[in-house]
Write a protein that binds this ligand. Structure first.
Ligand SMILES: Nc1nc2c(ncn2[C@@H]2O[C@H](COP(=O)(O)OP(=O)(O)OP(=O)(O)O)[C@@H](O)[C@H]2O)c(=O)[nH]1
Ligand SMILES: [Mg+2]
Length: 351
C-alpha cells in the first residue's frame, strides 16, 4: 500500500430534525391541545484512532464523511430519532487541523482516542413546547439547527518509540525485519525504503515497543538530495534514535569510505531538520559485523567511537545474522520504559 501522510477531507454533521405541529384528535376529547413532538439531534462526526492503520492512504478515495440527520418529530409527542454519529478511523498519530481557520483541533495519540470534529445540529421543538396559558393551540415549531461542516487537513506523524536512522544500505530495514513481524523491502541498492514503516518489537510477552524504519539519509538531504528529509518528521515522537552505520561501506567517489565521517554527515542533516531531534537520545549501531571476525568488528567500532568522541551508547550487531539484535532491543525497551516512567512522573508533578 502506498504510504500517505497528508490528506484533506470534508466532514459534515447531520442537521437536527424539525419539530412537529399537530393536535390531539381523539373521540370524546374536545380541544385536545398540541401534541407535536421534538425532532432528533443530528449525528456528529468523530475522528477515532485505529491502531491497525498506519497511513492516510484510504482518504485518497473517500473524502467526504456525513453523519445522519436527525428525524423530524411526530404526533402524540413522539420525538424524532437521533441521527447516528459517524466514526472516521484514522491511524494513531494523526493530527487534525481545521482548514478554514488553521486551528489545530487535536491529535489521536492513544488507542481509542476520539476527537469531535463536527458537532451534530440541535433538534427542533414541536408545537407542544410552545403551549402557554394564552396560547393553547400554538402552531409554532422550530426547525433543527444545521450540523457543523468542516474541511479538515490531516497530518500523520507515526507514533513510534524508537526510530532508525542512517545512510542507505546501512541495514535499517534488515534490522526491523529481524526483530519484528514487519516485512520491509530489503535490497543491496540505496533507497530501497521509500516510506516509513513501523513494526512492533516484542521483547517479552508483556513488553513491546514500536520501531519505525525510514528512508536512508545522505549528505545534502536537507536541500533535497536523495529522498530529502521530510520523512524525519516520523521520528519526532520517538524517545530513542538508533543510528545504523555499515562497518564496511563501499568506497565513495574513489575514496576509502569513512564510517565516522558518514555518521557526522547524518547528524548534520538531522540538525538541519530539527535541533530537538538532534538532541534526542541516540545510540550508534554498527552493523554487518558478520563480515569480519568478531574481535575485529568490535575493535573497528571502538576506533570509530574514539574518533567521533562519542559519549553515548554504542552496539555492534549483525542484523542479517541476528547477532546482538536481542541485546540491543532489550536495552532499547529498558530505555523506553524508563523514559515513559519519567514522563508520567513529570505529568503528575505538573498536575
Ligand atoms: N552481511 C550483511 N549484510 C547486511 C546486514 N544487514 C543488511 N545487510 C544487507 O545490506 C543491504 C541493505 O540492507 P537494507 O536493510 O535494505 O538497508 P537500509 O538501511 O534499509 O537501506 P535503504 O532502505 O536503502 O535506506 C541488503 O543487501 C542487506 O541484505 C548484515 O548484518 N550483514
Ligand atoms: Mg530500507
Amino acid at each position: 500500500m502506498k504510504f500517505v501522510d497528508e490528506a484533506q477531507i470534508r466532514v459534515e454533521a447531520g442537521k437536527g430534525g424539525r419539530g412537529h405541529v399537530s393536535f390531539r384528535r381523539e373521540k370524546y376529547v374536545p380541544f385536545g391541545g398540541p401534541d407535536g413532538g421534538d425532532g432528533g439531534d443530528g449525528g456528529s462526526v468523530w475522528a477515532v484512532a485505529d491502531p491497525n492503520l498506519n497511513t492516510l492512504a484510504d482518504f485518497r478515495f473517500t473524502q467526504v464523511f456525513r453523519a445522519q440527520h436527525g428525524e423530524q418529530g411526530w404526533r402524540r409527542n413522539c420525538a424524532g430519532k437521533m441521527g447516528a454519529d459517524l466514526e472516521v478511523a484514522m491511524p494513531l498519530g494523526t493530527m487534525v487541523y481545521d482548514e478554514g481557520t488553521g486551528e489545530r483541533m487535536g491529535e489521536l495519540t492513544r488507542k481509542n482516542s476520539r476527537l469531535l470534529v463536527a458537532h451534530g445540529g440541535w433538534h427542533g421543538l414541536g408545537n407542544t413546547r410552545f403551549k402557554s396559558s394564552t396560547n393553547r393551540a400554538p402552531r409554532q415549531f422550530s426547525p433543527g439547527s444545521p450540523g457543523e461542516h468542516r474541511d479538515l487537513r490531516l497530518e500523520l506523524s507515526l507514533m513510534a518509540d524508537v526510530g532508525l536512522l542512517g545512510m542507505p544500505n546501512a541495514g535499517k530495514s534488515t534490522l526491523l525485519a529481524a526483530v519484528s513481524a514487519a516485512r520491509p523491502k530489503i535490497a543491496d541498492y540505496p533507497f530501497t525504503t521509500l516510506f516509513p514503516q513501523p513494526g512492533v518489537v516484542s521483547v517479552s510477552p508483556q513488553k513491546s515497543f514500536v520501531m519505525v524504519d525510514i528512508p536512508g539519509l545522505i549528505e545534502g538531504a536537507a536541500e533535497g538530495a536523495g529522498l530529502g528529509i521530510r520523512f524525519l518528521k516520523h521520528l519526532q515522537r520517538t524517545r530513542l534514535l538508533l543510528h545504523l552505520a555499515d562497518l564496511l561501506p563501499p568506497p565513495a567517489a574513489g575514496r576509502k569510505a569513512d564510517v565516522a565521517a558518514n555518521i557526522r554527515k547524518i547528524n548534520r542533516e538531522l540538525k538541519k531538520f530539527s535541533a530537538d531531534l538532534a538532541g534526542r537520545e541516540q545510540w550508534l549501531v554498527f552493523n554487518k559485523a558478520d563480515l569480519m571476525d568478531g574481535d575485529e568488528a568490535e575493535a573497528l567500532a571502538k576506533r570509530i567511537v574514539g574518533k567521533l568522541r562519542w559519549k553515548g551508547r554504542w552496539f555492534v550487531i549483525s542484523a542479517a545474522a541476528h547477532r546482538g539484535t536481542q541485546n540491543l532491543c532489550r536495552a532499547a525497551q529498558k530505555w523506553v520504559d524508563d523514559a515513559q516512567k519519567q514522563e508520567r512522573k513529570n505529568e503528575q508533578a505538573a498536575a
